[in-house]
Design a protein around this ligand. Structure first.
Ligand code: AMP
Length: 280
């Protein structure tokens, strides 16, 4: 009996598509959490929500080369499969899919070659080809796994927005958004934080606290756009950082707005040559 129980709850690790198809053959509804590994509490919150909303869940670990517009960023992206697997086992994930790129990109067909002009904003403006890479890998993974729900974080808000738009149109699958998880000093958890020095980590925490306060008080100003422009210049000098964008946008359609209602304040900046993004 005990043997039977351990068999039932044992996590299955799937390294190729034959294993994947065999494992999911009789599973009708599955929740999917796509990741690039180096898992942290942000990923865990997605897993917990997926477990609450789905019978069985599958987590993928795949560092997708095609979404990195910078080769060094891809090479230095933190990887730690052994640690990830023990964490996934602890949270009783049913299946983990760890494919090689040949398993994912089995067809040369692409969901999209280039984003629509109106989508070339925020990160899409600065990371050429990034979201095309994200959308194509999400298309391949969704086609292979056939989940009925995919759980994604608001930390990567533009990614969530675009994946929802493209994937829900093509597949019978819902994209479920999950809140950003922060550390006790308000910094959004991210695998890239592992690459920051202690000093930069502290600075990133200060920046997050600063922007949370700024966003909460933004409704006191008449000319919001100008206030944000001034803030961007002040922060660049104060923290000695390169800010790519600091913009207030409507969270429904990502259009620039000057009202606080339904807005998100988006930032992308470099620290220790590492690009960090967040939204408030
Ligand atoms: P990644 O492994 O960075 O590609 O992220 C995999 C998923 O986890 C994405 O849907 C992210 O938006 C989500 N995620 C990453 N960091 C956080 C966080 N701090 N809070 C919530 N979700 C997150």
């Amino acid at each position: 009996m005990f043997y039977l129980l351990t068999q039932i709850i044992q996590m299955k690790i799937l390294y190729n598509n034959n294993d994947l198809n065999e494992a999911l053959n009789n599973v009708s509804k599955i929740g999917f959490v796509p990741t690039m590994g180096s898992l942290h509490k942000g990923h865990v919150s997605l897993i917990k929500k997926a477990k609450r909303e789905s019978g069985k869940i599958i987590v993928s670990i795949f560092v997708n080369r095609t979404q990195f517009n910078n080769k060094e960023d891809f090479i230095k992206y933190p990887r730690n499969n052994a640690k990830d697997l023990s964490l996934l086992e602890k949270f009783k994930v049913n299946y983990v899919y760890i494919p090689k790129k040949e398993q994912v990109f089995t067809s040369s067909k692409k969901l999209i070659k280039t984003l629509k002009t109106k989508d070339k904003i925020l990160c899409a403006k600065y990371r050429k080809g990034h979201f095309e890479g994200v959308l194509n890998v999400m298309d391949r993974l969704t086609d292979l796994i056939k989940p009925n729900k995919i759980f994604m974080g608001e930390k990567d808000f533009q990614q969530l927005f675009l994946v929802k738009k493209y994937i829900e149109k093509k597949y019978k699958c819902k994209i479920i958004s999950c809140k950003t998880i922060r550390n006790k000093n308000k910094l959004a958890l991210s695998s890239r934080n592992l690459r920051l020095s202690r000093k930069s980590l502290k600075k990133a925490e200060e920046i997050s606290k600063d922007l949370i306060f700024f966003k909460n008080n933004l409704n006191r100003f008449k000319d919001v756009k100008e206030k944000i422009m001034i803030k961007k210049n002040q922060m660049s000098k104060l923290y000695n950082i390169k800010i790519e964008y600091l913009e207030l946008r409507n969270k429904k359609d990502l259009k620039i707005i000057n009202k606080i209602k339904n807005s998100k304040l988006f930032i992308a900046y470099y620290l220790d040559k590492i690009r960090l993004i967040d939204n408030f």
